[in-house]
Design a protein around this ligand. Structure first.
Ligand code: HC0
Ligand code: SF4
Length: 568
């Protein structure tokens, strides 16, 4: 550690910290905009400037390292003037249409403008750039609102390894642009939405369907059904002031009922169903000799990446649809029949931590007898918005339960929401179904945690299975490139495009908590530990669904309903 003085008070901080980190540790407020604790600092916005004794110029706190004995001033007239000036400059080119902005009330820039009471001293010059890109079903880019912080550029390259944007300097203005300024949907973009979750303003947002869902809820001329993904329940509360990692399953279900949905089902149920199919598919491949590695198929951003950049792996990816598609398919066939309603008159919404699912639902392979399996995907953020618009008092709602028959799930379904979870859930079931004997310890610790690439060797009755788990596009690409080069061999690989898996999805609440993924991950494992049933094949509602409709895993009807194809 080193000693530093912040506003005259002495603190001990780790030697390699930045001035910003030191101030955060000391509890001293420093405004930030381009900085994000999960991205490399650049010092671009100069909103975090401080005085450092011995330097003539103000220094950006995010990009300046502490030194022993350093004297830092965060509160002075000079600092205040500079911060206000920098914010005023940004405001002068920013549109003033906060009322219709997707992130109104959740905008880091708006908060700073309020806090520093910035008036538009430059007289409301016209915003410079007019790039509006709604080519993607997943994200919308409205670059008029861009404050040039570069967080989207860094998220897409540092975390996702996709490099879709670079900062293009056009004299007066810089902008995060795609190559040749192409619409983002025409690039290799995988629709993961990480750029939208890291954008501090409304320049990149999810392609919002809130109005569409409001309209359906108000018309209510169809049977309205909703399903909720594993990772939503450990993050939604953040939008209502709860600590990251708060488990709000029951409140989320209650809120959805109050919004007017007729049935609230659980994607976790369908995660158990996925395991039955995917686990059985893996056992088949073990019998038939491949192809290996088998890749998990549930992450639609990974599927986009695979089809665009690694099409040689098309035969390797499991043919099992993702859980939310499986649930959609079961709702529009089995359940529609059960309640005697034409599937055309069912409107199914998936609440997902993900923007790529918005892209996934329009794949032609996911049509069920001429209707889409899932009608609309709302992100966790959009659900929060809907709850706020409808003035539902989320924090004080009672806990309610999911509806039958597609609401019962196991701990194995729950852990789908975190990196390593699909692998672990699949191993729990494949082991017991394949070997016909119970697992001693059901936790597979070696595939847990937030390390980018995890490997394990699993003893499968004498056969050593090699498995790997990768999350975050950059790690995914590193792993895939090694597999392509023949440097490594695996039997089974789980891929999630976002860091942390779905808990870190591009549709999750924005967070400046650097430990947000750890907190959400712990909550997911808590849900598993508290579950009475922790293996997918022991879910009674799953057994019943096979008895009444699907016959057995990989049956003809299961193939028709629950499996899909890929194309390059
Ligand atoms: Fe996931 Fe899923 S676990 S992708 O991370 O497999 O989005 O949460 O809903 O479908 O179940 C996301 C989360 C899901 C699906 C499930 C899978
Ligand atoms: Fe990059 Fe993902 Fe944004 Fe596409 S959606 S530009 S891949 S971060």
């Amino acid at each position: 550690t080193v000693k530093v003085f912040i506003n005259g008070k002495q603190y001990e901080v780790p030697a390699n910290s930045t001035v910003l980190e030191a101030c955060n540790l000391a509890g001293v407020y420093v405004p930030t905009l381009c900085n994000h604790p999960r991205l490399e600092p650049t010092g671009a916005c100069r909103v975090c400037v401080v005085e450092v004794e011995g330097s003539r110029n103000l220094q950006p706190a995010c990009a300046t390292k502490v030194a022993d004995g350093m004297r830092i001033i965060t509160r002075s007239e000079r600092v205040e003037r500079a911060v206000k000036f920098n914010l005023s400059l940004l405001l002068s080119r920013h549109p003033k249409d906060c009322m219709t902005c997707e992130v109104n009330g959740r905008c880091e820039f708006q908060d700073l403008i309020y806090r520093y009471n910035i008036k538009d001293i430059f007289g409301g010059e016209q915003p410079l750039s007019k790039v509006y890109d709604d080519s993607s079903p997943a994200i919308i880019r409205d670059l008029e609102k861009c404050i040039v912080c570069g967080r989207c550029v860094r998220a897409c390259s540092e975390l996702q390894g996709m490099d879709i944007y670079s900062m293009v300097d056009r004299g007066f203005e810089s902008l995060p642009q795609t190559a040749f300024e192409m619409p983002v949907y025409d690039t290799d973009c995988i629709a993961c939405g990480q750029c939208s979750v890291f954008c501090p303003v409304g320049a990149i947002t999810e392609n919002s369907q809130v109005r569409k869902v409001l309209e359906e809820l108000e018309k209510h001329d169809k049977v309205l059904i909703v399903q909720t993904a594993p990772a939503t329940r450990v993050a939604l509360g953040e939008e209502f002031g709860l600590e990251p990692g708060s488990i709000s399953t029951g409140k989320m279900v209650a809120a959805l009922r109050r919004l007017g949905f007729d049935y609230v089902f659980d994607t976790n149920f369908a995660a158990d169903l996925t395991i039955m199919e995917e686990g059985s598919e893996f056992l088949e491949r073990l019998k038939n000799g491949g192809p290996f590695p088998m890749f998990t198929s549930c992450c639609p951003a990974w599927i986009n990446m695979m089809e665009k950049l690694y099409p040689q792996f098309i035969p390797n990816v499991s043919s099992a649809k993702s859980p939310h598609q499986m649930l959609g398919a079961v709702v529009k066939t089995y359940f529609a029949k059960k309640i005697n309603v034409d599937p055309k008159n069912i409107f199914l919404v998936s609440i997902m931590p993900c923007t790529a699912k918005k892209d996934d639902i329009i794949r032609p392979q996911h049509m069920i007898n001429g209707v889409p399996a899932v009608d609309v995907v709302l992100t966790t953020r959009e659900l929060a918005k809907l709850i706020k618009i409808k003035k539902i008092p989320f924090a004080t709602l009672p806990d309610e339960n999911y509806d039958d028959p597609l609401g019962e799930s196991t701990g194995a379904g729950a852990i789908f929401g975190v990196t390593g979870g699909v692998m672990e859930a699949a191993l729990r079931t494949a082991y017991e179904l394949g070997l016909g004997k119970p697992l001693g310890k059901i936790e597979f610790e070696s595939v847990r945690g937030l390390e980018g690439i995890k490997e394990a060797t699993i003893d499968f009755n004498g056969k050593k299975l090699k498995v790997a788990v990768a999350h975050g596009g950059l790690n995914v690409r590193r792993l895939l490139d090694k597999i392509v080069a023949g440097e490594v061999y695996y039997d089974f690989v789980e891929i999630m495009a976002c860091s942390g898996g779905c808990i870190g999805g591009g549709g999750q609440p924005k967070s400046l908590d650097k430990d947000v993924l750890v907190k959400r991950m712990k909550a997911i494992y808590t849900i598993d530990e508290l579950s009475v049933i922790r293996k997918s094949h022991e879910n009674p509602s799953i057994k019943k669904l096979y008895q009444e409709f699907l016959e057995h895993p990989l049956s003809h009807v299961a193939h028709e309903t629950l499996h899909t194809t890929y194309m390059d």
